[in-house]
Design a binder for this molecule. Structure first.
Ligand code: FRU
Length: 489
């Protein structure tokens, strides 16, 4: 084992015990210590789910990237494992960037972007991003001698040599495939496909899709998978520009939906959909479970709008893993069904009329799963205050006439000038807007109309701010069910 990896393993082992569990999210994954960004290598190995992540153990800011590691049997309770990779080779000396994992004949195969920094003879700095492989047993990994196995020189003429990263690999009919993000000659994103019959011998297959400067610049963290009768190319575009209430600016995420002709490696894009409309969501990745579900997890944070208190010894969280399905031409998301095992203390109300601010007995909590049906045809707006102590709160406001749903965390306890609100167009279906809201100590995830849209955002309100209240301008009617989510640590 390299000195760098040994140092990281020793450091995290000593540090992790010092962070109290009740100062972490109750049912969302957070990193042992230091900094975390993208989920990596989200996959199954020997009947357990593995999650690796972009990781810098020694500080709560991004720095020289390692891969952290954890595993779970149910996507909810995770066990930390020792850091898996460190930037300890010449070809990844600047960082072990994002990538993926598969189970392959008893071994766990990791593929990642090795970033190499060199000072050239003329004194200039050169950065190169190439794809590398490490093979292991679920704990320890050996980097391949042939690394890097895919270099940017294999890309079409004009493609960037610096921006070529985040390989997502799968195996099909005995052959390995991988998609990776790249920047084409026009400066905007493209997704390259490669295949290999042996892990050290990759060939370029083609470009699956391109931004052509219409859908952000560099495309990061691609994933490519079938969903029902469609094929999804999932991307995280940088420098996106909003269109109305769709596609907020900056680092964004999108499902490109279409069909795939495997013979000619052709992806035909039919439409584009936002993955998540919240303030804190990026770099999602999926895996397929043994029972056939496509499950996605994302980094619950954003590059543009970093939000965590300086006092915290860790700074990263993942979303709840979500099952994807296709309904009425949209990709829908719902929290993994395993979460339901942790639901306790159900409290339910039917047809409650809310006009002035109303608190319902038993409807409160800071680790909760809330199901709401909002009904009525005469109210203007309905306001739901969450994680509230009267002074601090986060608010969900539905404007029935405009059919616009807004999440507002302006008063959720953060003292810096970060973005506070985001709105989406959300239709009531047959007069009903249905919401499922997961509230954890640091986050709110809102699944709208059976997960047709999702809004994920962080909050930093003190944990004892746990009230929930409802108010309508005019008469709004509510069905509410609340469960506490209780995960033994
Ligand atoms: C996305 C990303 C990836 C890169 C990683 C570096 O958030 O920029 O493209 O591999 O983070 O940590």
């Amino acid at each position: 084992m390299s000195e760098l990896l040994e140092k990281a393993r020793k450091y995290e082992k000593e540090a992790v015990g010092k962070i109290l569990d009740h100062k972490r999210p109750a049912f969302h994954f957070s990193n042992p210590v230091g900094w975390m960004n993208d989920p990596n290598g989200f996959s199954e190995y020997k009947e357990e789910y593995h999650l690796f992540f972009q990781y810098y153990p020694y500080a709560t800011q991004w720095n020289s990237m390692h891969w952290g590691h954890a595993k779970s049997r149910d996507f909810i309770q995770w066990e930390y494992l020792p850091a898996a990779l460190a930037p300890d080779c010449a070809y990844d000396n600047f960082g072990v960037f994002s990538g993926s994992a598969i189970e392959d004949e008893d071994k766990q195969v990791l593929i990642y972007t090795g970033v190499e920094e060199k000072i050239l003879e003329n004194g200039e700095k050169s950065i190169r991003q190439n794809q590398c492989i490490a093979i292991g047993d679920g704990i320890d990994y050996q980097k391949l001698e042939q690394n890097p196995v895919v270099s940017a020189d294999m890309l079409p003429e004009g493609s960037s040599r610096e921006d070529f990263r985040d390989p997502k690999m799968w195996k099909e009919d005995g052959r390995y495939y991988m998609v990776a993000g790249s920047r084409s000659g026009d400066g905007s994103g493209q997704i390259a496909l490669f295949y290999a019959d042996a892990l050290g011998e990759w060939k370029f297959a083609g470009i699956l899709d391109r931004s052509e400067n219409k859908c952000g610049k560099m495309w990061e963290c691609p994933d490519f998978y079938p969903l029902a009768d469609k094929q999804i190319l999932m991307i995280s575009p940088q420098e996106m520009e909003a269109e109305g209430l769709e596609f907020h600016n900056g680092n964004n995420t999108a499902f490109l939906m279409g069909s795939y002709e495997k013979e000619g490696f052709r992806f035909n894009r039919e439409k584009i959909q936002s993955v998540d409309y919240g303030l804190d969501f990026y770099a999602p990745q999926t895996m397929q479970t043994a029972d056939g579900r496509r499950v996605m997890i994302g980094w619950m944070q954003s590059w543009d709008n970093p939000m965590y208190p300086d006092s915290q010894p860790w700074s990263g969280m993942m979303t709840i893993p979500r099952e994807l399905s296709l309904k009425n031409g949209r990709v829908c998301q719902r929290p993994v069904r395993e979460l339901e095992v942790y639901r306790k203390n159900v409290v339910s109300y039917q047809d409650v009329c809310v006009e002035k601010e109303t608190w319902l007995e038993g409807i409160e909590g800071r680790c909760a799963d809330l199901e709401l049906r909002l009904k009525g045809d005469s109210y203007g707006k309905c306001r739901i205050k969450l994680a509230s102590d009267g002074r601090l709160y986060s608010e969900i406001v539905y404007d029935r006439e405009e059919q616009v749903l807004t999440f507002d965390r302006t008063h959720s306890g953060y003292k810096k000038d970060i973005i506070g609100t985001r709105s989406i167009k959300a239709e009531s279906i047959n007069g009903v807007l249905s919401l499922r809201i997961l509230i954890d100590r640091y986050s709110v995830e809102i699944f709208v109309n059976d997960g047709q849209q999702v809004m994920t955002s962080l909050i930093y309100t003190p944990f004892d701010a746990a009230q929930i209240s409802f108010a309508g301008s005019g008469k709004a009617y509510l069905d509410v069910t609340k469960y506490d989510i209780m995960v033994a640590m």
